[in-house]
Design a protein around this ligand. Structure first.
Ligand SMILES: [Zn+2]
Length: 405
């Protein structure tokens, strides 16, 4: 494979500390290789590729097939269910490819995607996403999390299909406990399956602003029971936003101690929650800044694009980091860097990616920005100018140019 030498790369806010990095056979190495191609970054900012931990490719870009009147979670699930009746493998593939291509040009080099499995859709979505995984491996590493969006214990036939997908190579098992009459029972069953298949777990845990009825306790209990620390993620968890400080800090300490990780999906959570309030509408985002301070591994992600759960989206993780910072009133350089870490280094930790970063041995997945600092990338929602996957260039974007008279 080819070798590459990156000169005049800026890794932080310090313009005077321009660096040289070496790439060989798809990884960063500590010394130059003979005959390496030289890429002069001219002081531009170099960051490792962005990491999406939670996105639904199978139900993206279906807004024109849906009719929204209430904007509630129940309506989103119902509208998506009826659209899903017409999904074919070719259709899922085409819409998924559209989102993947956007994500690649926004600098994402690794992605965990959630795929719905139930007796209605069967393995149609899963098979389409498996083809996407292979066809786009040149630009993005895709890991598949199969999950029962329509319920598990309430929906006979679903468990056998999930097991079939896991046996076929789905990397992660997901859950949606609030769709079953007994959410704790779904959590317990999914842990048993995860242990049987040696899979990590990723739950859509709760999705409302009622502090009652939290299922976090059962997730923590099962994580301890099965020794699954660091392998369990809970997403949305909007109930966490309703807790007073002392209670939140207690829950955060138990999450950190158990090794249960948290993902916030700002765009979806802002769109769907709090609609029962006409005035003083709450923001409803899991408070990652406080969870992180207590030692919880966290990430920010996109979740949905162009569907009744989230009618918006350009697959930019930097935009999600900016949105979270804005809504959570985070603004110092340290806070903006923290938000960036939740779409990069902390996301990589959450997904247990062993070779993430810019140091020798890491996979040479990186992106380049025309921005004064990493914090400014978040503050200004800077678009990446180019990106590399395993040392090979995957996209470039022309810089805008003023045409003064
Ligand atoms: Zn989701």
């Amino acid at each position: 494979m080819s070798a590459l030498t990156l000169i005049n790369a800026r890794l932080g806010a310090e313009a005077q500390a321009l660096q040289t990095l070496y790439v060989q056979d798809g990884r960063f190495v500590s010394a130059p290789s003979a005959g390496a191609e030289i890429l002069d970054l001219q002081g531009k900012l170099l960051l490792p590729g962005l990491v999406e931990t939670h996105i639904h490719l199978d139900k993206a870009c279906i807004m024109q097939r849906c009719q929204l009147s209430e904007g509630t979670l129940a309506e989103a699930i119902a509208q998506t269910r009826s659209a899903k009746a017409d999904f074919t493998e070719a259709d899922v593939y085409q819409r998924g490819a559209q989102v993947l291509e956007k994500a690649i040009t926004q600098g994402t080099t690794h992605m965990r995607t959630h795929v719905e499995i139930d007796p209605q859709i069967g393995l149609t979505g899963f098979n389409a996403v498996r083809r996407l995984q292979a066809d786009y491996a040149w630009a993005i590493s895709l890991e598949i999390c199969v999950f029962p969006q329509e319920g598990l214990l309430n929906n006979p036939g679903t468990e056998a299909l999930l097991c079939e997908a896991l046996a076929m190579g789905a990397e992660v098992l997901g859950g949606c406990p609030y769709t079953d009459a007994d959410p704790d029972a779904q959590i317990r069953r999914l842990f048993e399956l995860a242990v049987a298949f040696d899979s990590d777990l990723d739950f859509h845990l709760d999705f409302d602003l009622n502090p009652e009825g939290m299922t976090i306790g059962e997730v923590i209990r099962c994580t301890h029971q099965h020794g699954w620390a660091g392998r369990v993620t809970i997403g949305h968890v909007t109930k966490l936003s309703t807790l007073p400080r002392d209670t939140l800090l207690e829950v955060a300490a138990s999450l950190a101690e158990a090794g249960v990780q948290v993902t916030c999906l700002p765009s979806t959570d802002l769109f769907l929650t709090g609609r029962e309030h006409f005035h003083n509408r709450p923001r409803g985002l899991a408070p990652l800044q406080h969870l992180h301070a207590c030692g919880v591994t966290c990430s920010l992600s996109t979740n949905n694009i162009g569907n009744p759960f989230t009618p918006y989206g350009d697959a930019s993780l930097v935009r999600q980091a900016n949105l979270f910072a804005n809504v959570s009133q985070l603004a110092t350089e340290a806070e903006l860097l923290r938000c960036l870490s939740w779409v990069s280094s902390e996301s990589a930790r959450l997904l247990r990616l062993p070779d993430y970063g810019l140091t020798p041995g890491c996979r040479a997945d990186f992106i380049v920005f025309d921005a004064p600092s990493p914090a400014a990338v978040v503050a200004e929602i800077s678009p990446p100018l180019m990106g590399y996957k395993a040392g090979r260039k995957t996209f470039e974007r022309a810089q805008a140019r003023l045409l003064k008279p």
